[in-house]
Design a protein around this ligand. Structure first.
Ligand SMILES: O=C(O)c1ccccc1NCC(=O)[C@H](O)[C@H](O)COP(=O)(O)O
Length: 261
């Protein structure tokens, strides 16, 4: 790895989570091992004529507290039956009740590609994602800043797709410079936890205006089909967690949310 990363710039709730993840992986081995072939399954699942759904296995969160005691494999099967194109699995343990087993169970339980959704701060987290069978990992520009490109190269070395996540124009422009193939725009301000569904359409338009031809994902805060209208015809996919996970009927909630897409 290059220069020592400085995570002290990350504010608020996100800053606390990141500090914990840095401590969790302080002693981890940074060696990635041999290059692995790129299957690009996550990216391929999101490229299509229709808006794709990335459905999230989310048992808890800082904004909601406990959401639902989901069985990850059962949840993923319900999402698959409800039309999801890919599954996002939170693996952060303290605030999201996630773990490695949740991701392994999803990979074993469905044929859909799985995203490791975590606060990646160390190359070992990418190696783990690949070892556990994930097709993709989340890279947050708000956390990795100028090191995002380095982490993207590491993910690619391991054969993983990367969902490079941004929250504003500055982060988007940095993501575009890295050569990311998949960019996610998060409507949730991870410092205040405030949701603004106008963020995704605004930044997705900017990405297209700047000539980005990759996959664009709108993330967070989608509860009803009406919420999704703002990104219809703009985004390739929506990533949805809380409203599906807490619905009590995951298959139906996934189908109903995407009705009319
Ligand atoms: O969900 C949170 O409260 C949260 C707080 C701090 C950092 C990250 C957080 N969520 C991660 C996500 O990006 C979402 O799980 C994902 O985009 C789905 O969002 P939603 O549909 O609103 O659950």
């Amino acid at each position: 790895m290059g220069a020592e990363l400085d995570f002290s710039r990350v504010p608020g709730v996100l800053g606390r989570i990141v500090a914990e993840r840095v401590a969790d992986y302080r002693a981890a081995d940074p060696v990635l091992g041999a290059a692995r072939p790129a299957a690009r399954r996550f990216e391929a699942a999101l490229r299509g004529p229709d808006l794709a759904l990335i459905a999230e296995v989310k048992r808890a969160s800082p904004s909601q507290g406990a959401i639902a005691p989901l069985d990850p494999a059962q949840a993923a099967r319900a999402y698959e039956a409800g039309g999801a194109a890919a599954i996002s699995v939170l693996t952060e343990p303290r605030h999201f009740s996630g773990d490695a087993q949740a991701l392994r169970d999803v990979v074993a339980g469905v044929a859909l590609p799985a995203l490791r959704k975590d606060f990646v701060v160390h190359p070992a987290m990418l190696r783990e994602a690949a070892d556990w069978g994930a097709s993709a990992a989340l890279l947050m520009v708000s956390v990795l800043h100028e090191a995002t490109g380095e982490f993207l190269a590491q993910a690619q070395h391991l054969g993983l797709d990367a969902l490079v996540e941004v929250h504003d124009e500055r982060e988007l422009d940095l993501a575009l410079e890295t050569g990311a193939r998949i960019i996610g725009v998060n409507n949730r301000d991870l410092t205040t936890l405030h949701i603004d569904l106008a963020v995704s359409p605004r930044l997705i338009r900017r990405a297209r205006e700047k000539g980005f031809e990759g996959v664009l994902v709108a993330e967070s805060g989608y509860r009803t089909p009406a919420d999704i209208t703002g990104v219809r015809g703009l985004a390739d996919a929506v990533l949805v967690g809380t409203s599906l996970a807490g619905s009590g009927d995951l298959e139906r909630a996934a189908r109903d949310l995407m009705a009319g897409v």
